[in-house]
Design a protein around this ligand. Structure first.
Ligand code: TTP
Ligand code: MG
Ligand code: MG
Length: 404
């Protein structure tokens, strides 16, 4: 099971960009290369060129030797159930990948160096590289610890020159390399930033689409996961070109309306999503795709736990950002990819897990559960910043019993 966190934002700035600039947008996606591993190599330069894996616990930190050198742990010394966060390209060449179990990786590359995860350090470098980009191109949407979208549309400079200046600024500020993809939209730029890693730069023109995009696996589309790809494969659809030739009605039959329409558009490179800059959150949501499709009755205990956990996570997200919300929504995607949503609006704003859970439960009762469930999501919207609510004197913690 994996969790997706989404904070949906609004942007007034983007509306301005669109109105004033009818020419095609220039959207960049920038992603740092082997990010955690590259940050570690800055302090352990003797490991450059070696297979290195970031996965360990604190006990796997290097040990200083009397002669001033350092002793590093090897993957073969690891015992436990941890997973790899990332690996250097040298380790990837041996088949070691993100999210792989460490014990499995140890069989593939027993001599690879093992280093513990140091999140505060990665967050620090994340801030550094984002600030460096902002000094050149301020229209940035933050989408992860090592990646951002940048809207270059309003900048006067040539695209290639801008991209090179951004890469240099990132290198100067951090000592790290990144890869950039540039195209008219987020979907294509995200695909492109991955095409020439590491230290890549891909500027996509419409003429490049048949040669660069069409031959790629559908899984290169951000939003087509292994399950959807597997299902598409049973329809004989493996590449983006094949997906673009599929009938919309065929996709509707197998994936439900909203996902099918989305697939149909992305296969044609269509994506109108704005780069969302400097914005207020519009909603907080968490969702989970289950490793196997769950039966509403037989897997009831597990589903209930997952449901409650999603509500708790959204409540924590709200609290950590000091927001409260009034509309609680749930999303279910069934085994046939049909997606349904339900909303419930509370009388008062809340960031309380139990209140969110009860409202989400109300939503769930309005969904006929006849098919297995592949995805479950909880969203809180109609937000208000806590300080605004306090100013209005309207916020009080609600006490609602936890019953179903
Ligand atoms: P990615 O950008 O996906 O990967 P990466 O930067 O390590 O390598 P690439 O050059 O291919 O971009 O992820 C960024 C960081 O997020 C990564 O360094 C570690 C972390 N991460 C995890 O903890 N678990 C995961 O499953 C993945 C994919 C990444
Ligand atoms: Mg990366
Ligand atoms: Mg990334």
């Amino acid at each position: 099971m994996y969790h997706n966190l989404a904070i949906v934002l609004t942007s007034r700035q983007f509306v301005k960009v669109q109105n004033n600039n009818p020419s095609p947008r220039r959207i960049a996606h920038l992603d740092m290369d082997a990010f955690y591993a590259s940050v570690e190599l800055l302090r352990y330069p003797e490991l450059r060129g070696l297979p290195v894996v970031i996965a360990g616990r604190d006990e796997h930190a290097p040990v200083s030797q009397p002669d001033g050198s350092r002793r590093f742990y090897r993957l073969s010394e690891y015992v436990g159930r941890g997973v790899i966060t990332t690996a250097t390209y040298e380790a990837r060449a041996k088949g070691v990948l993100s999210a792989m179990g460490v014990m499995k990786a140890a069989r593939l590359a027993p001599d690879a160096i093992l280093l513990p995860v140091d999140f505060p350090r990665y967050r620090h470098y994340s801030k550094l590289f984002k600030a460096a980009v902002a000094s050149i191109a301020p229209q940035i949407e933050d989408t992860g610890i090592d990646e951002i979208y940048i809207d270059l549309s309003l900048l006067p400079d040539d695209t290639l020159m801008l991209a090179q200046r951004i890469k240099q600024a990132v290198r100067d500020a951090t000592g790290l390399t990144c890869s950039i993809g540039i195209s008219p939209n987020k979907l294509l730029s995200k695909i492109c930033s991955d095409l020439e890693k590491p230290d890549g730069l891909t500027i996509l023109t419409p003429g490049d689409i048949p040669s660069l995009i069409w031959p790629l696996s559908v899984q290169k589309i951000n939003g087509v996961g292994p399950k959807a790809a597997q299902k598409l494969a049973t329809l004989g659809i493996h590449t983006i070109a094949e997906l673009s030739r599929a009938d919309l009605s065929l996709l509707h039959d197998h994936f439900g309306n909203s996902y099918a329409t989305w697939l149909y558009e992305v296969a044609r490179g269509i994506d109108h999503r704005p780069v969302v800059v400097d914005a207020e959150p519009k909603s907080f949501s968490r969702e989970t795709t289950f490793e196997r499709d769950l039966h509403p009755q037989h897997d009831r205990v597990y589903l209930t736990e997952a449901f409650t956990s999603l509500c708790q996570q959204v409540a924590e997200d709200l609290s950590s950002k000091a927001y409260v919300g009034r509309t609680i929504s749930i999303k279910l995607r069934f085994e046939d990819f049909r997606t349904v949503t339900r909303d419930f609006s509370l009388a008062e704003h809340t960031a309380d897990a139990a209140v969110i859970r009860q409202a989400a439960g109300e939503c769930l009762r309005r969904v006929p559960l006849k098919k297995r469930i592949r995805l479950l999501g909880v969203k809180v919207s109609a937000l208000c910043a806590l300080h605004q609510l306090h100013a209005l004197g309207a916020y009080r913690q609600q006490e609602i019993p936890f019953t179903f």
